[in-house]
Design a protein around this ligand. Structure first.
Ligand SMILES: Nc1ncnc2c1ncn2[C@@H]1O[C@H](COP(=O)(O)OP(=O)(O)OP(=O)(O)O)[C@@H](O)[C@H]1O
Length: 343
């Protein structure tokens, strides 16, 4: 079996600013050598969580373990192997070269520095002539890529990117994506990213974590429905699946067509047979792909697809006994759309 090792483990983490609790994570494990996407609306706690995972801040309460070590006992060398590009990266008011070389100089690793800077520039799609440019002679997308190159040169163990695509052009977003993928491949870097560009993030990440009002929406079992959406005659959003089925979301008139819907797996009910009473005009047909044990022994996670889009829902052992779902089964799916959160 392919066993991935856990890099971060969080239990009962709480973070307060003054008296206000802004983050509460009961349990979260992040595996190494993955690209993990953090989704959530403004103010949901993504940056706060990143400040804990990068060890810039200490959690107010709870247990945060990195590579088997308690966060209060992490040494400086380990801390330096975890680097973050913040939401509005700061560049030194110097040349691009000095910006990119800064971290290596700080770590006293100055051999072949010229070559390393050029390699880092090329990773983010900038040619070597950029090293002579001043910080003030860069476009927003180039500045973001220089900030990324300044971290990549360190070959980090963990790279944390807070909104790396905000305000950058599509070409830069593509080059940032390529640089991230090379870091993962070349140095097995674990990459944590938040972005409001949900489609961009959805395509690049191996795992998704969703936050809402400072709380984790159970990772692995949250369903994210991405754009494109259509609008019906009343202005409600409608998701059309590739197989021609659709899901209409009542009271979604105010939402934009590039919104992301977060559906908790507890808000989905499925049924295999004897379900006439479950069938209504909003019922969709899905296909079971897998069934697995959840953390709690009383529940199972059923993964299924609708027109090529994967979903998951939790069912109790009693329901399983009754329904005996198997991979490949066609099921009736009912989604409680009144509990949907929007990103
Ligand atoms: N230094 C601070 N002092 C007080 N409150 C803060 C501080 N930093 C963040 N907050 C509050 O904590 C909550 C979570 O903010 P955070 O920046 O972590 O969210 P986010 O998901 O990263 O948001 P965004 O997508 O807008 O960047 C918000 O209510 C915010 O106002």
């Amino acid at each position: 079996m392919d066993s991935m090792s856990t890099l971060y483990e969080l239990r009962n983490i709480e973070q307060y600013y003054d008296d206000k609790k802004v983050l509460s994570v009961e349990s979260l494990k992040l595996e190494e050598n993955q690209i993990i996407g953090f989704f959530g609306p403004n103010g949901s706690g993504k940056s706060t969580l990143f400040s804990l995972l990068s060890f810039i801040n200490k959690p107010t309460n709870g247990y945060l373990n990195y590579n088997g070590i308690d966060n209060r006992k992490i040494d400086n060398e380990t801390k330096m192997s975890i680097v973050m590009v913040p939401q509005n990266p700061y560049l030194l008011k110097r040349t691009v070269f000095e910006n990119i070389a800064f971290g290596l100089k700080l770590r006293n690793k100055t051999n072949n520095i010229e070559e390393k800077v050029e390699e880092a520039l090329s990773l983010v799609g900038l040619d070597s002539s950029f090293k002579y440019r001043k910080w003030s002679q860069l476009s927003g997308g180039e500045a973001q890529r220089v900030a990324l190159a300044a971290r990549l040169i360190l070959k980090p163990k963990v790279l944390i990117l807070d909104e790396p695509t905000t305000g950058v052009d599509t070409n830069s977003a593509q080059l940032i994506k390529e640089a991230i993928l090379s870091a993962k491949q070349k140095w097995n870097t674990t990459i944590l990213i938040s972005s409001h560009d949900h489609n961009w993030l959805n395509k690049i990440c191996d795992k998704k974590v969703a936050l809402y009002q400072g709380r984790l929406i159970e990772s692995g079992s949250v369903n994210l429905l991405f754009a494109p959406w259509e609008k019906d005659e009343d202005g409600n959003l409608v998701k059309f699946f590739l197989d021609g089925q659709f899901l209409r979301i009542e009271n979604s008139e105010s939402k934009k067509k590039d919104s992301v819907a977060m559906i908790d797996s507890n808000d989905i009910t499925i049924c295999r047979k004897d379900c006439e009473n479950m069938f209504n005009k909003n019922t969709i047909i899905g296909l079971v792909s897998s069934i697995s044990q959840q953390d709690s022994i009383d529940y199972l996670l059923v993964e299924f697809s609708i027109g090529g889009i994967s979903f998951s829902c939790r069912i109790s052992r009693d329901v399983m006994q009754e329904q005996r779902f198997l991979p490949g089964d066609r099921i009736y799916v009912n989604i409680n759309t009144s509990n949907i959160h929007w990103i």
